[in-house]
Design a protein around this ligand. Structure first.
Ligand code: NAI
Ligand code: 15L
Length: 276
Protein backbone atom coordinates (compact mmCIF):
# COMPACT_ATOMS: atom_id res chain seq x y z
CA UNK A 1 0.00 0.00 0.00
CA UNK A 2 1.26 3.51 -0.84
CA UNK A 3 2.23 5.67 2.12
CA UNK A 4 0.28 8.92 2.27
CA UNK A 5 3.13 11.14 3.41
CA UNK A 6 2.10 14.65 2.46
CA UNK A 7 -0.91 16.90 2.55
CA UNK A 8 -0.41 18.72 -0.77
CA UNK A 9 1.98 17.51 -3.48
CA UNK A 10 2.69 19.58 -6.58
CA UNK A 11 3.17 17.65 -9.83
CA UNK A 12 4.70 19.79 -12.58
CA UNK A 13 4.62 18.66 -16.21
CA UNK A 14 1.16 17.23 -15.50
CA UNK A 15 0.12 17.40 -19.18
CA UNK A 16 3.12 15.35 -20.33
CA UNK A 17 3.63 11.63 -20.76
CA UNK A 18 4.89 10.93 -17.24
CA UNK A 19 2.61 13.54 -15.68
CA UNK A 20 -0.41 11.85 -17.21
CA UNK A 21 0.76 8.43 -16.01
CA UNK A 22 1.62 9.67 -12.50
CA UNK A 23 -1.53 11.72 -11.97
CA UNK A 24 -3.79 8.88 -10.75
CA UNK A 25 -0.95 7.14 -8.91
CA UNK A 26 0.29 10.13 -6.92
CA UNK A 27 -3.16 10.79 -5.49
CA UNK A 28 -2.51 7.97 -3.06
CA UNK A 29 0.61 9.80 -1.75
CA UNK A 30 -1.28 12.90 -0.55
CA UNK A 31 -4.58 14.45 0.38
CA UNK A 32 -4.48 17.02 -2.44
CA UNK A 33 -2.58 16.76 -5.71
CA UNK A 34 -1.82 20.10 -7.34
CA UNK A 35 -1.29 19.68 -11.08
CA UNK A 36 0.61 22.19 -13.15
CA UNK A 37 1.80 22.64 -16.70
CA UNK A 38 2.23 25.47 -19.18
CA UNK A 39 -0.38 23.77 -21.40
CA UNK A 40 -4.11 23.42 -20.73
CA UNK A 41 -5.03 19.82 -19.97
CA UNK A 42 -8.65 19.84 -18.92
CA UNK A 43 -10.54 19.93 -15.65
CA UNK A 44 -9.51 18.68 -12.26
CA UNK A 45 -10.98 15.61 -10.64
CA UNK A 46 -11.50 14.62 -7.02
CA UNK A 47 -8.62 15.55 -4.68
CA UNK A 48 -6.95 17.55 -7.44
CA UNK A 49 -6.40 21.21 -8.16
CA UNK A 50 -4.96 22.71 -11.35
CA UNK A 51 -2.69 25.73 -11.51
CA UNK A 52 -1.22 26.53 -14.92
CA UNK A 53 2.22 28.14 -14.86
CA UNK A 54 5.20 28.74 -17.11
CA UNK A 55 8.30 27.55 -15.28
CA UNK A 56 10.19 30.49 -16.77
CA UNK A 57 7.83 32.96 -15.06
CA UNK A 58 9.01 33.47 -11.49
CA UNK A 59 5.76 35.08 -10.29
CA UNK A 60 3.68 32.17 -11.61
CA UNK A 61 6.07 29.64 -10.12
CA UNK A 62 5.94 31.41 -6.75
CA UNK A 63 2.14 31.06 -6.71
CA UNK A 64 2.38 27.44 -7.89
CA UNK A 65 4.45 26.55 -4.79
CA UNK A 66 2.16 28.24 -2.26
CA UNK A 67 0.92 25.82 0.47
CA UNK A 68 2.78 22.91 -1.10
CA UNK A 69 4.47 20.24 1.08
CA UNK A 70 6.50 18.43 -1.57
CA UNK A 71 7.18 18.75 -5.31
CA UNK A 72 7.41 16.09 -8.01
CA UNK A 73 9.07 18.11 -10.75
CA UNK A 74 8.44 16.57 -14.16
CA UNK A 75 7.92 19.79 -16.13
CA UNK A 76 10.28 21.09 -18.78
CA UNK A 77 11.75 20.33 -22.18
CA UNK A 78 12.20 16.56 -22.24
CA UNK A 79 14.33 16.04 -25.35
CA UNK A 80 17.37 17.48 -27.09
CA UNK A 81 16.72 20.70 -29.02
CA UNK A 82 17.61 24.37 -29.40
CA UNK A 83 19.06 26.17 -26.40
CA UNK A 84 16.43 28.91 -26.00
CA UNK A 85 13.52 26.76 -24.78
CA UNK A 86 15.86 24.55 -22.72
CA UNK A 87 17.31 27.64 -21.07
CA UNK A 88 13.86 28.98 -20.22
CA UNK A 89 12.10 25.82 -19.04
CA UNK A 90 14.90 23.71 -17.58
CA UNK A 91 17.53 26.16 -16.36
CA UNK A 92 15.61 29.31 -15.47
CA UNK A 93 12.62 27.09 -14.62
CA UNK A 94 14.64 25.02 -12.14
CA UNK A 95 16.01 28.17 -10.53
CA UNK A 96 12.51 29.65 -10.21
CA UNK A 97 11.24 26.42 -8.69
CA UNK A 98 13.96 26.24 -6.02
CA UNK A 99 13.68 29.92 -5.18
CA UNK A 100 9.94 29.52 -4.71
CA UNK A 101 10.53 26.37 -2.62
CA UNK A 102 12.97 28.29 -0.45
CA UNK A 103 10.60 31.21 0.04
CA UNK A 104 7.64 28.95 0.87
CA UNK A 105 9.65 26.60 3.10
CA UNK A 106 9.09 23.52 0.91
CA UNK A 107 11.62 20.93 2.05
CA UNK A 108 11.37 18.03 -0.39
CA UNK A 109 11.64 17.83 -4.19
CA UNK A 110 11.72 14.82 -6.48
CA UNK A 111 13.43 16.10 -9.60
CA UNK A 112 13.15 14.38 -12.98
CA UNK A 113 16.75 14.39 -14.10
CA UNK A 114 17.78 12.14 -16.97
CA UNK A 115 20.18 9.42 -18.04
CA UNK A 116 21.42 12.02 -20.57
CA UNK A 117 23.45 13.62 -17.75
CA UNK A 118 25.76 10.64 -18.25
CA UNK A 119 25.00 9.81 -21.88
CA UNK A 120 28.62 9.81 -23.05
CA UNK A 121 29.56 6.79 -20.94
CA UNK A 122 30.04 3.53 -22.78
CA UNK A 123 27.33 0.91 -22.67
CA UNK A 124 30.15 -1.44 -21.57
CA UNK A 125 30.58 0.52 -18.34
CA UNK A 126 28.59 0.30 -15.13
CA UNK A 127 28.45 3.71 -13.51
CA UNK A 128 27.39 5.00 -10.12
CA UNK A 129 26.16 8.38 -8.97
CA UNK A 130 29.76 9.15 -7.94
CA UNK A 131 30.99 9.11 -11.55
CA UNK A 132 31.30 12.60 -13.05
CA UNK A 133 28.52 13.82 -15.35
CA UNK A 134 29.16 13.42 -19.09
CA UNK A 135 26.12 15.13 -20.61
CA UNK A 136 25.32 14.18 -24.19
CA UNK A 137 23.81 17.51 -25.27
CA UNK A 138 22.17 20.74 -24.21
CA UNK A 139 19.25 18.86 -22.69
CA UNK A 140 21.57 16.64 -20.62
CA UNK A 141 23.53 19.72 -19.57
CA UNK A 142 20.35 21.40 -18.36
CA UNK A 143 19.58 18.35 -16.20
CA UNK A 144 23.14 18.40 -14.84
CA UNK A 145 22.51 22.04 -13.93
CA UNK A 146 19.32 21.01 -12.13
CA UNK A 147 21.24 18.39 -10.16
CA UNK A 148 23.92 20.91 -9.12
CA UNK A 149 21.33 23.58 -8.36
CA UNK A 150 19.43 21.21 -6.11
CA UNK A 151 22.64 20.21 -4.31
CA UNK A 152 23.32 23.90 -3.64
CA UNK A 153 19.80 24.39 -2.26
CA UNK A 154 20.33 21.38 0.01
CA UNK A 155 23.73 22.54 1.26
CA UNK A 156 22.63 26.13 1.80
CA UNK A 157 18.93 25.82 2.69
CA UNK A 158 18.32 22.18 3.63
CA UNK A 159 15.87 21.50 0.79
CA UNK A 160 16.14 17.75 0.20
CA UNK A 161 16.10 16.54 -3.40
CA UNK A 162 16.04 13.15 -5.02
CA UNK A 163 17.47 13.56 -8.53
CA UNK A 164 16.03 10.72 -10.59
CA UNK A 165 18.19 9.97 -13.62
CA UNK A 166 15.27 8.40 -15.41
CA UNK A 167 16.16 5.95 -18.17
CA UNK A 168 13.29 5.43 -20.63
CA UNK A 169 9.89 5.57 -18.99
CA UNK A 170 7.21 4.56 -21.44
CA UNK A 171 4.44 1.93 -21.43
CA UNK A 172 6.98 -0.54 -22.85
CA UNK A 173 10.53 -0.49 -24.24
CA UNK A 174 10.62 0.71 -27.85
CA UNK A 175 14.05 -0.48 -29.03
CA UNK A 176 17.06 -2.58 -28.07
CA UNK A 177 18.69 0.19 -26.02
CA UNK A 178 15.58 0.50 -23.90
CA UNK A 179 15.95 -3.11 -22.79
CA UNK A 180 18.65 -1.65 -20.52
CA UNK A 181 17.07 1.75 -19.78
CA UNK A 182 13.36 0.95 -19.41
CA UNK A 183 11.53 2.12 -16.29
CA UNK A 184 7.89 1.05 -16.03
CA UNK A 185 5.37 3.62 -14.85
CA UNK A 186 4.65 1.46 -11.79
CA UNK A 187 8.36 1.36 -10.89
CA UNK A 188 8.63 5.11 -11.45
CA UNK A 189 5.81 5.57 -8.98
CA UNK A 190 7.52 3.15 -6.54
CA UNK A 191 10.70 5.20 -6.87
CA UNK A 192 8.93 8.52 -6.29
CA UNK A 193 7.03 7.07 -3.34
CA UNK A 194 10.28 5.84 -1.78
CA UNK A 195 11.76 9.33 -2.22
CA UNK A 196 8.74 11.09 -0.73
CA UNK A 197 8.53 8.73 2.23
CA UNK A 198 12.23 8.53 3.07
CA UNK A 199 12.97 10.09 6.46
CA UNK A 200 16.47 11.25 5.47
CA UNK A 201 16.76 11.79 1.72
CA UNK A 202 19.43 14.47 1.85
CA UNK A 203 20.60 15.17 -1.70
CA UNK A 204 20.62 11.92 -3.63
CA UNK A 205 21.08 10.86 -7.22
CA UNK A 206 19.29 7.69 -8.26
CA UNK A 207 19.21 6.00 -11.64
CA UNK A 208 15.66 5.17 -12.63
CA UNK A 209 15.41 1.79 -14.31
CA UNK A 210 13.29 -1.29 -13.77
CA UNK A 211 14.79 -4.64 -12.79
CA UNK A 212 16.17 -5.25 -16.29
CA UNK A 213 18.74 -8.03 -16.84
CA UNK A 214 21.02 -5.66 -18.74
CA UNK A 215 21.90 -2.56 -16.75
CA UNK A 216 24.54 0.17 -16.97
CA UNK A 217 23.69 1.75 -13.63
CA UNK A 218 24.65 0.78 -10.09
CA UNK A 219 22.39 2.32 -7.46
CA UNK A 220 24.53 1.15 -4.55
CA UNK A 221 25.09 4.80 -3.50
CA UNK A 222 21.35 5.15 -3.00
CA UNK A 223 20.49 2.12 -0.88
CA UNK A 224 19.03 4.46 1.73
CA UNK A 225 16.29 5.34 -0.74
CA UNK A 226 14.85 1.83 -0.56
CA UNK A 227 13.87 1.58 -4.22
CA UNK A 228 13.13 -1.99 -5.27
CA UNK A 229 11.89 -2.15 -8.88
CA UNK A 230 9.43 -4.95 -9.53
CA UNK A 231 9.06 -4.85 -13.31
CA UNK A 232 11.54 -5.84 -16.02
CA UNK A 233 12.10 -5.29 -19.73
CA UNK A 234 13.09 -8.94 -20.09
CA UNK A 235 9.63 -10.05 -21.14
CA UNK A 236 9.78 -7.66 -24.13
CA UNK A 237 13.15 -8.88 -25.45
CA UNK A 238 11.89 -11.36 -28.05
CA UNK A 239 9.35 -8.88 -29.43
CA UNK A 240 11.98 -6.10 -29.61
CA UNK A 241 14.51 -8.30 -31.41
CA UNK A 242 11.83 -9.42 -33.91
CA UNK A 243 10.59 -5.92 -34.69
CA UNK A 244 13.86 -3.92 -34.78
CA UNK A 245 16.93 -4.20 -36.98
CA UNK A 246 20.38 -4.90 -35.57
CA UNK A 247 22.32 -1.67 -34.95
CA UNK A 248 25.72 -0.92 -36.51
CA UNK A 249 27.97 -1.74 -33.55
CA UNK A 250 30.61 0.75 -34.77
CA UNK A 251 28.11 3.59 -34.47
CA UNK A 252 28.45 5.71 -31.28
CA UNK A 253 24.66 5.53 -31.01
CA UNK A 254 24.98 1.81 -30.33
CA UNK A 255 28.07 2.14 -28.14
CA UNK A 256 27.17 4.97 -25.79
CA UNK A 257 24.55 5.06 -23.08
CA UNK A 258 22.77 8.13 -24.42
CA UNK A 259 21.90 6.37 -27.68
CA UNK A 260 20.66 8.68 -30.43
CA UNK A 261 21.07 11.77 -28.21
CA UNK A 262 24.88 11.55 -28.51
CA UNK A 263 24.67 12.31 -32.23
CA UNK A 264 22.11 15.14 -32.18
CA UNK A 265 22.96 18.73 -33.03
CA UNK A 266 24.85 20.95 -33.14
CA UNK A 267 21.98 23.29 -32.66
CA UNK A 268 23.92 26.53 -32.48
CA UNK A 269 22.56 29.37 -30.46
CA UNK A 270 20.58 31.09 -33.18
CA UNK A 271 17.42 31.28 -31.07
CA UNK A 272 19.28 32.71 -28.09
CA UNK A 273 20.22 36.37 -28.06
CA UNK A 274 22.64 36.88 -25.15
CA UNK A 275 21.75 40.61 -25.06
CA UNK A 276 18.19 39.80 -23.95
P1 NAI B 1 6.89 15.45 -21.73
O1 NAI B 1 7.58 16.29 -22.72
O2 NAI B 1 5.83 14.52 -22.19
O3 NAI B 1 6.29 16.35 -20.56
C1 NAI B 1 6.93 17.53 -20.11
C2 NAI B 1 5.85 18.53 -19.75
O4 NAI B 1 6.50 19.72 -19.32
C3 NAI B 1 4.94 18.89 -20.93
O5 NAI B 1 3.59 18.69 -20.60
C4 NAI B 1 5.24 20.36 -21.18
O6 NAI B 1 4.09 21.11 -21.57
C5 NAI B 1 5.75 20.81 -19.82
N1 NAI B 1 6.58 22.01 -19.97
C6 NAI B 1 7.51 22.27 -20.93
N2 NAI B 1 7.99 23.51 -20.81
C7 NAI B 1 7.35 24.06 -19.74
C8 NAI B 1 7.40 25.34 -19.12
N3 NAI B 1 8.18 26.32 -19.58
N4 NAI B 1 6.61 25.55 -18.06
C9 NAI B 1 5.79 24.57 -17.58
N5 NAI B 1 5.67 23.35 -18.13
C10 NAI B 1 6.46 23.10 -19.21
O7 NAI B 1 8.04 14.62 -20.97
P2 NAI B 1 7.89 13.31 -20.10
O8 NAI B 1 8.33 12.15 -20.91
O9 NAI B 1 6.59 13.30 -19.43
O10 NAI B 1 9.05 13.55 -19.02
C11 NAI B 1 8.78 14.20 -17.80
C12 NAI B 1 10.09 14.64 -17.19
O11 NAI B 1 10.93 13.50 -17.01
C13 NAI B 1 10.88 15.62 -18.05
O12 NAI B 1 11.50 16.56 -17.20
C14 NAI B 1 11.92 14.76 -18.73
O13 NAI B 1 13.07 15.49 -19.02
C15 NAI B 1 12.16 13.69 -17.67
N6 NAI B 1 12.60 12.43 -18.23
C16 NAI B 1 11.71 11.64 -18.90
C17 NAI B 1 12.11 10.42 -19.40
C18 NAI B 1 11.16 9.49 -20.08
O14 NAI B 1 11.59 8.41 -20.47
N7 NAI B 1 9.88 9.80 -20.23
C19 NAI B 1 13.51 9.99 -19.28
C20 NAI B 1 14.36 10.91 -18.58
C21 NAI B 1 13.90 12.08 -18.06
C1 15L C 1 14.95 11.28 -21.84
O1 15L C 1 15.55 12.01 -21.06
C2 15L C 1 13.74 11.72 -22.55
O2 15L C 1 12.97 12.61 -21.78
C3 15L C 1 12.86 10.58 -23.02
O3 15L C 1 11.95 11.08 -23.98
C4 15L C 1 13.71 9.47 -23.64
O4 15L C 1 14.33 9.93 -24.79
C5 15L C 1 14.73 9.00 -22.63
O5 15L C 1 15.51 10.08 -22.15
C6 15L C 1 15.69 7.95 -23.18
O6 15L C 1 16.89 8.10 -23.02
O7 15L C 1 15.20 6.95 -23.72
Amino acid sequence: MTLKTHNRILLTGAAGGLGTALRPLLKSNCNMLRLSDVLEFGACQENEEIMLADLANSAQVFEMLRDVDAVVHMGGISVEGPFGPILQANILGAYNLYEAARMHGVKRVVFASSNHVTGFYSQAQTITADDPPRPDGLYGLSKAFGEDLSRFYFDRYGIETACLRIGSSFPKPKDRRMLATWLSYADLHRLITACLANPAMGHSIIFGASNNSVSWWDNSRAKHVGFHPQDSSDGFKTEIYQTTTAPDLNDPIAQLQGGAFVAMGPHGFVDYDPKN
